[in-house]
Design a protein around this ligand. Structure first.
Ligand code: AMP
Ligand code: MN
Length: 346
């Protein structure tokens, strides 16, 4: 993590290493012909945007590209260019021959949720803290606000022009992964990349409407019942949300309608962190964490085997939530107290 008192110092040191790695990736992409692209299960805007920007750039160079993901993209991304070509599979398709696999947005290969990438030539491009360096080439940059920023650099190194399609996916990645420009890892470079995407034809107002104002009526009902049952702890500094299948069904929703719900409590001034418990298949509970400013929820997630970023992290609990819930909340209260000590002013 860079020192907030001297912004840019850490990236200035990291720069030559990044240039070397981008050069190595560029070489791999130029010399190889067939690529498999993948990202994490339950894809978000950054995983979809990073993969499709990369796919269009490689195809501009005449390469063969297939994209294989464990889960279907959320509905509101379906109209974006190329999203309908993402193949959904739990195993790499038998006929998927590739000279390299590009894994984006995954701190660990198992995060893809797709079996069969092991043993292939892997290019790992990621910005999540604690990346396991599982690739043959590993470019990991925690200072990137979105993996899409890193993909933008690779595309630049390849000399591929920023078409409107590519720019749309880079902007999608950045807009969503910064929590629509709320998170603390946004840098001048983030805006410089966005500026270039807008020059390439991206319409920020239309993107924001398509991504954030595309709720179904059912989702609005769900927001109501979720906030109605919200608990507040630590004198209102910590919000706890809980969702199970019964609540989803009563609003006519599916798990695909849950994206973004976790951010709602943060719109209250007092609330510094949110934990969202989502009962998943069987016994598993997905735990998502969000925070403001210096409240570091990644540290909390990593204590329970997960990861993410300072302001957005997550993990999965297998087994009864009751046993572990208290420990999660205690750590969150401690993280809030710690973060409030260094809260910056706007
Ligand atoms: P989510 O709450 O699922 O939207 O995840 C928030 C952030 O935490 C994203 O950047 C995820 O990639 C990351 N994250 C969530 N779950 C895990 C996990 N089990 N391991 C590593 N990172 C995770
Ligand atoms: Mn990301």
């Amino acid at each position: 993590m860079s020192d907030p008192a001297s912004p840019g110092a850490a990236s200035a040191v990291a720069q030559p290493a990044a240039e070397r790695l981008i050069g190595r990736i560029r070489q791999d992409l130029i010399t190889r012909q067939r690529f498999l692209l993948t990202s994490h299960a339950r894809p978000d805007g950054d995983s979809i945007g990073s993969q499709l920007a990369m796919a269009f750039a490689l195809e501009a160079l005449g390469k063969k590209v297939r994209i294989v993901n464990a889960d279907r993209p959320p509905e509101h991304y379906s109209g974006f260019p190329g999203v309908d070509r993402i193949e959904i599979a739990s195993d790499v398709p038998a006929d998927a021959e590739a000279d390299a696999v590009i894994v984006m947005e995954c701190s660990d290969l198992s995060r893809t949720g797709v079996r069969g990438f092991e043993g292939r030539y892997i290019i790992n491009i990621d910005h999540h803290g604690g990346n396991r360096m599982y690739g043959d080439v590993n470019w990991f940059d925690e200072s990137a606000a979105a993996c899409g920023e890193m993909v933008f650099d690779v595309i630049g190194a390849l000399g591929v022009p920023l078409t409107r399609e590519i720019a749309t996916h880079i902007y999608l990645a950045i807009l969503t992964d910064t929590g629509s420009f709320h998170h603390s890892n946004i840098t001048p470079r983030t805006f410089d990349i966005c500026r270039q995407t807008v020059e390439a034809g991206v319409n920020p107002a239309a993107m924001a409407r398509r991504i954030f104002d595309s709720n179904s009526f059912g989702k609005l009902k769900l927001i109501g019942s979720l906030l109605d049952s919200m608990e507040l702890l630590d004198e209102g500094r910590l919000a706890v949300l809980y969702l199970d299948d019964a609540m989803l069904e009563s609003c006519g929703c599916t798990h695909n309608d849950t994206e973004g719900l976790i951010n709602l409590p943060l719109t209250a001034r007092e609330i510094q962190a949110v934990v969202f418990f989502r009962v998943d298949a069987g016994d598993a509970v997905r735990v998502s964490l969000r925070s403001k400013y210096d409240v570091d929820v990644r540290l909390v997630a990593s204590a329970f085997g997960g990861g993410g970023h300072k302001n957005a992290a997550g993990f999965t609990v297998t087994g009864p939530l009751t046993q572990i819930r208290g420990a999660i909340l205690d750590r969150l209260v401690a993280a809030v107290a710690q973060g409030l000590q260094t809260r910056p002013t706007a």
